[in-house]
Design a protein around this ligand. Structure first.
Ligand code: APR
Length: 269
């Protein structure tokens, strides 16, 4: 057994309040691409064009087919995703210790795995809101699969804007409440509230951060582990790539996270 994993498990066992801080890496093994890895989303779709509302509107006006490609590339994996062993291990660990999850992901997989305290600081693809971010409704993964199927047909067939608007209507369009869209925090947006305020409080209350699958590239969310450390918390990071932490456990989320909690709480593998 990796001695660093044994040591990290000991820190988890001693902790009274753990902040689990996750990024795209924890959902990679659920089939959702990350952003900055070799084949990451931003390699194919430059964020200046696709990660701001202004850029999306310009792309819709000038290269609508590229917009269809992007929407499909983002939506199809989330629509088809299921929680993996790492999501489930984090949810199960709530039976043994205090755990709050702060995630940069918008895929809803922590909640689907059973985590009861999840702060989505970059919003959620499963929530539909108005331009003023007033909550309208939840969209199910089944509805997202239907939208994704229509986008797939649009990718392969002839493009027409009315066909795109019909394809995305459950998630994006104009209704009695005006324009509505998924509750996503894009570059330039303020972070989702009250999630961000709750995430800051959890950061100051924890004595251990378990960081899983985060590149640390996007602030202010990326600053949470450092903020916790300045308050006396220790940082354990799980990532195939080197990351700054008190203990870096090299490996993927599903390879490491279940083992870590099994070792910490003597759970049956
Ligand atoms: N298990 C664990 N970690 C993984 C795995 C895996 N199977 N695969 C990749 N990783 C790691 C990568 O090594 C990297 O450190 O996950 C991290 C993914 O980094 P990014 O793609 O930058 O994703 P993230 O850190 O979540 O990005 C933050 O940037 O564009 C914005 O809003 C977007 O929320 C996102 C934010």
């Amino acid at each position: 057994m990796d001695q660093k994993l044994v040591q990290a498990a000991g820190w988890i066992r001693e902790s009274r309040e753990i902040l689990v801080f996750t990024g795209a890496g924890i959902s990679a093994e659920s089939g959702i691409p990350t952003f900055r890895d070799g084949s990451g989303l931003w390699q194919e779709f430059p964020p200046e064009q696709f990660a701001t509302w202004q850029g999306l509107l310009e792309t819709a006006a000038t290269h609508p087919q590229r917009l269809v490609e992007f929407l499909y590339a983002v939506l199809a994996p989330i629509a088809a995703a299921e929680p993996n062993a790492a999501h489930r291990a984090i949810a199960d660990a709530e039976r043994h210790t205090g755990i709050k999850v702060v995630t940069q992901n918008v895929d809803g997989l922590h909640q689907e795995a059973g985590s009861t305290c999840v702060y989505e600081v970059h919003g959620s693809f499963l929530e539909i809101v108005t331009r003023e971010r007033r909550f309208l409704r939840l969209i199910s993964r089944a509805e997202m699969q239907a939208v994704s199927a229509r986008l797939e047909r649009l990718r392969r067939g002839w493009f027409a804007l009315p066909r795109l608007m019909v394809a995305v209507r459950p998630a994006l369009g104009c209704g009695t409440a005006g324009l509505y869209h998924p509750n996503l925090v894009l570059f330039g947006d303020a972070l989702a509230e009250p999630a961000w305020t709750q995430a800051m409080a959890a950061t100051h209350a924890c004595d251990l951060v378990l960081q899983v699958g985060c590149s640390g590239a996007v602030w202010p969310a990326a600053g949470l582990p450092t903020e916790a450390r300045e308050n006396g918390a220790r940082i354990v990071a799980v990532d195939p790539q080197p990351v700054a932490a008190d203990l870096w456990l090299r490996g993927t989320a599903t390879q490491i996270v279940p083992q870590l909690f099994q070792q910490a709480f003597g759970l049956a593998p």
